[in-house]
Ligand binder design. Structure first.
Ligand code: ADQ
Length: 466
């Protein structure tokens, strides 16, 4: 049975030499599945993008179709920058003060979701399918399953929710909460990163729609939809490979040298207010105030990739981060020592792996995060290096991430507690090597178990069996 994926982003991108897979875990996990099963991937075409509406891939031996849904500028603003990024995203992360409910956003979201669903139905019909498997991804597409179900009642429909599902009392703040839930319940199976999120979802369906809950299944109007935990991971082999590449150790040494040969604390994030970046900076400030004897012995390297520019809250965060970075270096820098290196830029994966390898401590402190793959990537790289005789790194991880449920061996922290963060940072820097090594080995084992290829396989097996 062929597979039709519906996701905001396309799995392939144009490069100077033709087409290549998009970076990121989702494309790397799902492209092999699509190549194997055949089918299609339906994604958005942004207003300024010049890509074909339909193409087959790979070009030399076509295995599946990429179908794009073209959005004009007002639709993109209201559906993507608006409803997805200014309403659903902050709500899922409990950051209610950032939620900006707006009727135009809501209407555009409904219209665009309908177009995505019809594009998916069309591509299935063109392939002669009457009961394909659809797999819809994330909070951009909540209303898609309902339309798919109406168009193809016998299809199998899976949905994966990549961010936290908040408590029912928080979700109900949305004026369209009930419609959105009904939209998702067109699915047969909805996957979440943790059992806690799945439970919140079932409670929302019970509280807001009066649905019946039967174990993991939500029953509404006689239809059954399971809500299960299916934690995602990374492409472990890829990151371990990057850690062991011939020039990887040399690159990491070069970075350590560039940063002054001191202990390195590392942060890697999209520049997003959910990632706890400002509080992390404050916590580091607290650390420097409290432990003056460590001045000159440690540096904090924060790399933040530009994200969702043009959304006011993100532009504001960018300014606040610049200010915090200036303040910290202005107050604490002495002689040749720079306490903080802040880079507002994106790096390719081999470079990122060098940073992970160079770090003594990864400082991962989101205010909320569905999973958090940076923690996985760090443990995979640092772990592979340690296995090959290198120095093991320590992971300080927010307890408000999905990853905290799984990554045994991490030092868990409350990201809102600046004093606690400062103390944990000092503890992590002081962890004796055997202890670090043992903790990292436990984290590494968890990361391997959650490999993204296993995630896709487990989800699709559950969908097929259900
Ligand atoms: P994100 O919010 O994007 O994902 P995360 O899981 O940490 O968060 O993934 C970020 C990715 O971006 C990582 O692969 C990382 O390497 C990369 N990245 C970050 N900063 C970078 C930089 N400066 N340069 C280059 N690459 C950078 C959403 C959810 C998460 C969930 C994933 C997958 O918010 O909770 O884990 O989807 O479901």
């Amino acid at each position: 049975m062929s597979l039709v994926l519906v996701a905001n982003r396309a799995p392939i991108r144009p490069t100077p030499d033709g087409w290549a897979p998009s970076l990121g875990g989702l494309a790397s996990a799902l492209l092999p599945v699509l190549e194997d099963r055949g089918g299609a991937w339906v994604a958005m075409r942004e207003p300024d993008e010049d890509t074909p509406l339909t193409q087959t891939y790979p070009p030399d031996a076509p295995a599946f179709t990429v179908r794009r849904v073209p959005l004009d500028a007002p639709e993109y603003q209201a559906f993507y920058q608006g409803m997805a990024n200014r309403v659903l995203w902050p709500l899922a992360h409990y950051l209610v003060e950032h939620v900006e409910p707006d009727r135009t956003f809501r209407e555009a979201y409904r219209a665009v979701n309908r177009r995505f669903a019809h594009a998916a139905l069309d591509v299935a019909r063109e392939a002669g399918e009457t009961a394909p498997t659809f797999w819809v991804q994330d909070y951009h597409m909540m209303l898609v399953p309902e339309t798919l179900r109406a168009g193809m009642p016998d299809a199998r429909i899976g949905f994966f929710w990549h961010v936290p599902w908040p408590a029912s009392e928080v979700f109900r703040i949305l004026p369209s909460a009930r419609d959105l839930l009904r939209g998702m319940l067109g699915s047969d199976l909805i996957g979440f990163h943790t059992e806690g999120y799945a439970e919140n979802f079932r409670e929302s369906a019970r509280d807001l729609l009066g649905a019946e809950i039967d174990g993991e299944t939500v029953v509404l109007d006689g239809r059954r939809c399971r809500a299960e935990s299916h934690p995602i991971g990374i492409d472990v082999a890829r990151f371990e490979g990057l850690a062991l590449a011939p020039d990887a150790a040399a690159l990491a040494d070069e970075l350590r040298h560039d940063f002054g040969g001191v202990q390195i604390v590392l942060g890697v994030d999209r520049l997003d207010y959910t990632k706890g970046l400002l509080l992390r900076m404050e916590a580091y400030e607290r650390f420097l105030e409290r432990y003056p004897e460590r001045h000159g012995e440690v540096t904090f390297v924060q790399i933040a990739t530009p994200s969702r520019t043009g959304v006011p809250a993100y532009d504001r965060l960018k300014r606040d981060m610049d200010e915090a970075a200036g303040r910290i270096n202005g107050q604490f820098a002495r002689g040749a020592w720079t306490p903080l290196h802040y880079r507002y830029q994106s790096f390719d994966q081999p470079e990122l792996a060098a940073f992970y390898q160079a770090a003594d401590v990864a400082f991962v402190t989101p205010l909320r995060d569905g999973m958090n793959l940076v923690a996985h990537e760090f443990a995979a790289v640092s772990g592979a290096r340690a296995d090959a005789g290198g120095r093991p790194g320590a992971l300080v991880l927010s307890e408000l991430t999905g990853a905290a449920d799984y990554l045994d061996g991490a030092l868990l922290v409350n990201p809102y507690d600046a004093d606690g963060l400062a103390r944990s940072l000092a503890d992590a820097l002081d962890l004796p090597e055997p202890d670090r090594r043992a903790r990292l080995a436990r984290t590494q084992a968890a990361v391997r178990d959650l490999d993204v290829h296993a995630w896709a396989r487990r989800f699709l097996e559950s969908l097929d069996e259900g």
